[in-house]
Design a protein around this ligand. Structure first.
Ligand code: OSB
Ligand code: MG
Length: 369
C-alpha cells in the first residue's frame, strides 16, 4: 500500500445547536479533513482539533501545518502495511496526536477497503450494535436543560451526561434527580475544579452518578487519585489519557475507575486499541468519547466502539444532534433502544458526500510524493 496523494481541506459547518462546556461556547466548527489516495481508492480522516487550543493544546491551524510539513511527507510514497504502520513513521514528531490520528485513521479505512472488510472488523470489533449516550452542554436555564433531557430520553439514549462547572452543578443535579431518580446520569467538568473543591465534589455522591469525568486539571493523575480516595462516585478520565502508558499509570494509581477513549486524543486507532486492551486486561471499562465530529469522525467512532471493552454507552450519537445535514450518507441514526447499528459493508460503511463537502470547503491543499 503506497499513498500517492494527500488532500487537506478545511470545511466550515454551523452546529445545529450551540455547545457549551466549562472551557467555552462552540457555535460552529472549522474542521480539517484529510483525504488520501492510494491504489485507485480514496479514504478520509477527520481531525478533531478545535478552532482554539482549549480542550487540548492542538487546534485546526497547528494540525494543518504539522500535517503539511511533518506528517504527510513521512507517509507519501512509503510502502505501508496498513494503519498500524503509521505510529512508527510519526514517532519522531512529539505530540500533535489529533493531526496524527486523522491520517492514521484514513489509512485504516483504506486498508479495510483493500481487504474488503468493515473497518470495525479490521479494528477487532465484536459488537453488531453500540450503546449510545448523549453529552448535553451547559444551558441558559434549568428549564431548557430539563426539556433537552426529556427529548433525549424519549429518543432512547441510554445515558445522559451533563456538562458542568461552578454554579452549573449541584442545583442542576438536584433538579434532574428529582424529576428522573433512576436514569443513568453522569457529568463532565472538563477540568473546572481544584483541590479546594474536594468536599463539594464528594457531596455529589448523593446523586448516584455513573461517573464524574475529568473533574481536575487536564494533565493530572496524582490529585485525581487523591480525590478518588475521598469520593464513592467513579472518576472517569478523558483529557489526562494521551496513550496506553497514561492509562496504565492512571489505573495503577487509582486515579479513575473508567476511561473515556477518544481516538483523536490518543493519536489514532493503534493507540486507541492499545488503551482499550490495557484497560480490558485490568477490568477497567471504557467508552468512546466524542468531539462534535462530522459523519467521518462519527463513522470512525462507531467502528472503534464495536470493540469488546466498550461496555458503557458512549458519546457517539445521531448526526442530527449536531448537523442539519451531515457529510456522509446515510446520516448516523439511533434506534429507540439507544443503539447504532455497526455497518457491515467494507470500509467505514457510509458514503462520503463529496459535492456537499466541496460546497463547505474554504481552504485546500494537495500534497504528493
Ligand atoms: O469532554 O467529552 C468532552 C465536546 C467537545 C470537547 C470535549 C468534549 C465534548 C463532548 C461532546 O462532551 C461529545 C459529543 O461529541 O457528543
Ligand atoms: Mg470529556
Amino acid at each position: 500500500l503506497k499513498i500517492d496523494a494527500i488532500h487537506l481541506r478545511e470545511i466550515n459547518m454551523p452546529l445545529a445547536h450551540p455547545f457549551e462546556t466549562s472551557f467555552g461556547l462552540t457555535t460552529g466548527r472549522r474542521i480539517l479533513l484529510v483525504e488520501i489516495e492510494a491504489e485507485g481508492l480514496t479514504a478520509w480522516g477527520e481531525c478533531v482539533a478545535g478552532e482554539h487550543p482549549y480542550f487540548s493544546d492542538e487546534m485546526i491551524d497547528t494540525a494543518w501545518i504539522i500535517t503539511e510539513t511533518e506528517l504527510a511527507p513521512r507517509l507519501l510514497g512509503v510502502e505501508l502495511q496498513g494503519g498500524g504502520s503509521c505510529p512508527s513513521l510519526f514517532r519522531q514528531v512529539r505530540g500533535h496526536r489529533m493531526a496524527k490520528a486523522a491520517l492514521e485513521n484514513a489509512v485504516w479505512d483504506l486498508e479495510a477497503q483493500i481487504e474488503q472488510v468493515p473497518l470495525a472488523q479490521l479494528l477487532g470489533g465484536t459488537r453488531s450494535v453500540i450503546a449510545c449516550g448523549v453529552s448535553i452542554g451547559i444551558q441558559p436555564s434549568i428549564e431548557q436543560l430539563m426539556e433537552k433531557i426529556a427529548t433525549e430520553i424519549a429518543a432512547g439514549y441510554q445515558r445522559i451526561k451533563l456538562k458542568c462547572k461552578h454554579d452549573w452543578d449541584t442545583r442542576v443535579f438536584e433538579a434532574v434527580r428529582t424529576r428522573w431518580p433512576d436514569i443513568t446520569l453522569s457529568c463532565d467538568a472538563n477540568s473546572a475544579y481544584r483541590m479546594k473543591d474536594f468536599d463539594h465534589l464528594s457531596s455529589w455522591d448523593q446523586f448516584n452518578l455513573l461517573m464524574i469525568e475529568q473533574p481536575l486539571w487536564y494533565d493530572d493523575f496524582y490529585f485525581h487519585s487523591m480525590l478518588q480516595k475521598r469520593i464513592k462516585t467513579a472518576i472517569c478520565l478523558d483529557e489526562s489519557i494521551r496513550n496506553r502508558r497514561d492509562a496504565l499509570a492512571a489505573i495503577e494509581m487509582q486515579s479513575c475507575r473508567i476511561i473515556n477513549i477518544k481516538v483523536g486524543r490518543v493519536g489514532g486507532f493503534s493507540e486507541a486499541i492499545a488503551v482499550h486492551n490495557a484497560a480490558d486486561e485490568r477490568g477497567i471499562p471504557v467508552w468512546c468519547g466524542g468531539m462534535l465530529e462530522t459523519g467521518i469522525g462519527r463513522a470512525h467512532n462507531i467502528a472503534l466502539s464495536s470493540l469488546p471493552n466498550f461496555s458503557l454507552p458512549g458519546d457517539v450519537s445521531a448526526s442530527s444532534r449536531y448537523w442539519s445535514e451531515d457529510i456522509i450518507e446515510p446520516a448516523v441514526t439511533v434506534s429507540k433502544k439507544g443503539e447504532i447499528v455497526v455497518p457491515t459493508n467494507p470500509g467505514i460503511g457510509y458514503a462520503v458526500k463529496r459535492d456537499y463537502i466541496e460546497s463547505l470547503t474554504v481552504r485546500r491543499q494537495t500534497l504528493r510524493a
